[in-house]
Design a protein around this ligand. Structure first.
Ligand SMILES: NC(=O)c1ccc[n+]([C@@H]2O[C@H](COP(=O)([O-])OP(=O)(O)OC[C@H]3O[C@@H](n4cnc5c(N)ncnc54)[C@H](O)[C@@H]3O)[C@@H](O)[C@H]2O)c1
Length: 387
């Protein structure tokens, strides 16, 4: 099989990260790109020698030459674009959250199943080498029974009432913000490592800035901190959470808790978790991604440094550089895409063959968790996640 041809839709923060990662794997040609910002799409096409710039996303989805669509648009477009792409017979790699509601994610899941097309969600944090190693530790029983799973995901880019982005608008971002945007990564990763799903939640949501100042001109994701708008503001009511704390119960009996926040001063992308088992504990900080802390009661604790020669055999293939040569955020997506493109190139069927990447099924379950969290906070009680 020749190179698979891909189109990337969306050229804001994550679109270029997809393109850059795709350029680092072998069996794919980024054939086209499109976004609302035509100049950004043209600039990316020029920088990365991408032959086509489409006027609109529909042109990418209908291009007969394209095998795979990467959906890097805001959340409200995930359902429509993913659905159209599947209907056109394209494999899809979607950004998270998969959709705005579980009705939509269920429909996508059914459609992907019916079509037998590859469907993936970019839960990229699973593919840091040490996260694959941590999963193998749990699988091999090295952690023992899992007692407790706890942690946080903290950012500060929406700290001030003048910080603004489409994520503040429920019509674009969905009814949940901090939980759906970053809590989704936290929940996905701990479920992936422990191999156990979150089955019940009890949540407390917090909106610090009940009103924010929306710039009259649009601000790109994460740019609000550096580029204050010159075009003036208007006051808008904020309907989604700046932060949340959520108690958890897992299917395997483990208990847990996490806090997410986009208003924690000084915290940039502080994604941290600890898993406490009956044999040992592990913890990891996304901002120090090449170190896995391993805790013991009866002897000195350890820090495992990412080094292929020290990793579990399975995890080793995700570490592309020797010890002491850090790998992090750009490498997670690269590893995930590598697995997806290998799967497609080998002609595998997602309905029958083992998928070593997160699928729409995982994306759907994540939406169910978000919905349960919203319900729990509203009704002030424990809520079952359901399937
Ligand atoms: N996996 C991760 O680590 C990660 C990180 C950041 C963002 N994301 C996800 O990626 C998605 C995009 O986030 P972002 O931060 O890149 O946003 P962004 O605002 O920086 O970029 C959005 C892009 O979508 C384009 N777009 C909007 N409407 C469009 C339309 N109708 N047709 C074509 N293009 C359109 C915009 O022009 C822009 O290029 C979100 O769903 C977000 O949750 C994931």
């Amino acid at each position: 099989m020749g190179k698979l041809k891909t189109a990337v839709i969306g050229t804001g923060f994550i679109g270029p990260a997809h393109i850059e990662a795709l350029k680092r794997i072998g069996n794919v040609e980024v054939h086209g790109v499109t976004s609302l910002d035509v100049n950004a799409a043209k600039a990316l096409a020029e920088r990365y020698s991408i032959p086509r710039v489409y006027e609109k996303w529909q042109d990418a989805v209908c291009d007969k030459e394209i095998d795979v669509i990467h959906n890097c648009t805001p959340n409200n477009l995930h359902f429509e674009i993913n659905k159209a792409a599947l209907k056109e017979g394209k494999h899809v790699i979607s950004e998270k959250p998969l959709t705005l509601t579980s009705t939509e994610s269920q429909e996508l899941l059914n459609l992907a199943e019916e079509k037998g097309l590859v469907n993936a969600v970019n839960f990229n944090y699973r593919f840091y080498p040490l996260m694959q190693h941590a999963k193998r530790m749990a699988e091999k029983g090295e952690l023992g029974d899992i007692y407790l799973v706890h942690g946080h995901y903290l950012q500060d880019w929406l700290y001030y009432e003048t910080d603004y982005n489409w994520r503040l608008e429920p019509g674009i971002s969905g009814e949940s913000r901090a939980v759906a945007d970053i809590g989704s990564h936290w929940c996905d990763l701990v479920q992936f490592i422990t191999g156990s799903r979150i089955k019940r939640v009890c949540a407390d949501l917090l909106t610090v800035h009940k009103k924010r100042k929306r710039p009259l001109e649009e601000v790109d994701t994460f740019k609000g901190k550096e580029e204050k708008t010159k075009g003036g503001f208007e006051d808008v009511e904020v309907k989604t959470e700046d932060a949340a704390s959520v108690l958890l119960q897992f299917e395997n009996g483990a208990r847990g808790v996490f806090t997410v926040s986009q208003i924690s001063a000084g915290r940039k992308n502080n994604f941290w978790f600890e898993i406490d088992g009956s044999k040992k504990a592990i913890s990891w900080d996304q901002e120090e991604p090449n170190e896995l802390w391993i805790g013991y009661r009866e002897k000195a604790n350890e820090v495992l440094i990412k080094d292929p020669s020290l990793l579990d055999e399975y995890a080793r293939r995700y570490a592309h550089y020797p010890g002491g040569h850090p790998e992090g955020y750009p490498d997670g997506a690269k590893n995930l895409f590598m697995n997806v493109y290998d799967f497609i190139s080998k002609g595998k069927d997602p309905r029958k063959d083992k998928t070593e990447f997160p699928t729409f099924k995982d994306g759907h379950q994540e939406i169910k968790i978000v919905e349960a969290i919203l319900k729990s906070s509203k009704e002030e009680k424990w809520v079952e996640v359901g399937s």
